[in-house]
Design a protein around this ligand. Structure first.
Ligand SMILES: Cc1cc2nc3c(=O)[nH]c(=O)nc-3n(C[C@H](O)[C@H](O)[C@H](O)COP(=O)(O)OP(=O)(O)OC[C@H]3O[C@@H](n4cnc5c(N)ncnc54)[C@H](O)[C@@H]3O)c2cc1C
Length: 410
């Protein structure tokens, strides 16, 4: 059997491990276009703040890779020919497969305003972006950050920790208003202000100003201008569906998968940020951009590819993250539907979170420690634990995680 995995992220790696656990002799080829291969993408935020060295982002040893006995091919998959069971690499060579996994992730939505193609404009998608930000922060004095969700905040915090003055633009009246409630947004905003971040509410960027191709400032819709030498944005992500679309596979916002993570072609599987998977809780097909689900989907796809039929049962999306230095756990449905600052979802985000649950809200709060529970008719639908994390693990374990979902692991 010949397996080809497109994408060297966590979904691709988990699939290789699962295949190898069932098939010791089959040929596994992994194709990846990131020159850095496999690393912790959530860890990029800690790399920016200086809490993690670049080396620490690579959790696998050479020996662990070797034990998988796979062939790594650096390159980009440019086309799939499902009838021939072939994949085109870099527009040139062809690679044949019996079973193919598409695990190509998602990419940042580009800023689409006049002047957005100049030097000094950055996003945080992969290792090279993080390196670019660090280089700019060495000389840059002032940055403007645009966007919502976790990644925008990581940009704010990363730049602040490097001594850069930061203006944070929010289109709406508060931070991450579709997932956090008013009190939670207020806590985060207060902490940012205490750290010296200048917040601008109802601020819409309409033009990037520059000189000789370098950013010098931004213009807002109310005609105000702000000077800056760095413009960082995180306005959402889009699953990379193009390969699947051109191959005639069924897509919606992501590549559609059945419960065995097969696409509309039974020999082609999908996992991770690019997959749109049925969620029994909301009864919709949804997209996550979360490390845990990507790993779990890769694992299940790999088992199926190697012949062990295993259904993927989507559990409540779960993330333990840090918002303005405050550890925060988000589980299940906690939101209120729409967002002013994001197109779709961001990194470290789930479409499920923003769903408006039919639930009673129970909450307690003391200073920065806050617990919000969304209680449905028969069960807990969602929870946010901010600050003190004593209840995070028991909640996730006892109420949301009874079906074998494993959160963050390397
Ligand atoms: C800055 C940042 C912060 C994050 N924070 C969190 C967090 O707090 N919590 C959390 O749970 N998750 C977080 N995430 C999200 C998490 O990292 C992703 O959900 C996870 O990495 C998805 O894994 P994946 O394998 O599906 O895709 P990816 O990790 O994106 O891997 C896909 C790989 O495929 C490669 N590729 C793409 N197209 C092709 C092609 N045509 N041919 C060959 N290779 C190709 C890409 O270069 C990439 O290496 C964060 C991500 C980032 C970037």
């Amino acid at each position: 059997m010949k397996y080809v995995i497109v994408g060297s992220g966590v979904a691709g790696l988990a699939a290789c491990e699962a295949i190898r656990s069932l098939d010791e002799t089959g040929e596994i080829c992994m194709l990846g276009d990131d020159p850095h291969g496999y690393y912790s993408r959530p860890g990029l935020a800690y790399y920016l703040t200086g809490e993690m060295h670049e080396k620490g982002l690579f959790p696998r040893t050479k020996k662990e890779w070797q034990s998988l006995n796979l062939r790594f091919i650096p390159g980009q998959a440019t086309q799939i020919f499902p009838d021939e069971h072939e994949l085109e690499v870099d527009g040139k060579t062809h690679l044949s497969y019996d079973r193919l996994l598409i695990a190509v992730g998602a990419q940042a939505v580009r800023l689409d305003v006049p002047g957005a193609d100049q030097e000094g404009i950055v996003k945080l998608d992969h290792m090279e972006d993080a390196r670019r930000i660090l280089k700019l922060a060495r000389r840059g004095k002032t940055a403007v950050v645009v966007g919502g969700g976790i990644t925008a905040l990581e940009l704010v915090e990363g730049l602040r920790s490097r001594g850069v003055k930061v203006h944070y633009l929010l289109r709406g009246d508060r931070y991450w208003g579709n997932v956090l409630d008013e009190q939670e947004s207020k806590i985060i905003e207060h902490r940012l202000q205490e750290d010296g971040v200048k917040l601008h509410h109802h601020a819409e960027l309409i033009e990037v100003l520059g000189k000789r191709g370098r950013v010098q400032g931004v213009r807002l819709s109310d005609d105000r201008t702000l000077r800056c030498d760095i413009l960082a944005y995180a306005i959402g992500i889009r699953p990379r569906v193009e390969l699947a679309q051109e191959a005639g596979l069924a897509i919606d916002r992501g590549i559609l998968a059945n419960e065995f993570l097969q696409t509309s072609n039974p020999d082609i599987y999908v996992a991770g940020d690019v997959a749109q998977v049925y969620d029994p809780m909301s009864k919709r097909s949804i997209i996550d951009s979360l490390w845990g689900p990507a790993r779990e989907q890769g694992h299940i796809a790999g088992l199926n590819m190697a012949g062990q039929q295993t259904a993927y049962i989507k559990a409540a999306p779960f993330n333990v993250t840090r918002l303005a230095g405050l550890t925060t756990t988000i589980i299940g449905t906690v939101g209120r539907g729409r967002d002013d600052d994001l197109v779709g979802i961001a990194r470290g985000d789930s479409e499920t979170w923003r769903a408006l649950p039919d639930a009673i809200v129970a909450q307690t709060g003391f200073d920065v420690n806050r617990l919000r529970l969304l209680v449905g008719e028969k069960t807990l639908l969602g929870a946010i634990v901010m600050g003190d994390q004593k209840l995070s693990f028991p909640l996730e374990k006892n109420h949301f995680c009874e079906r074998g979902y494993f959160p963050h692991s390397r």
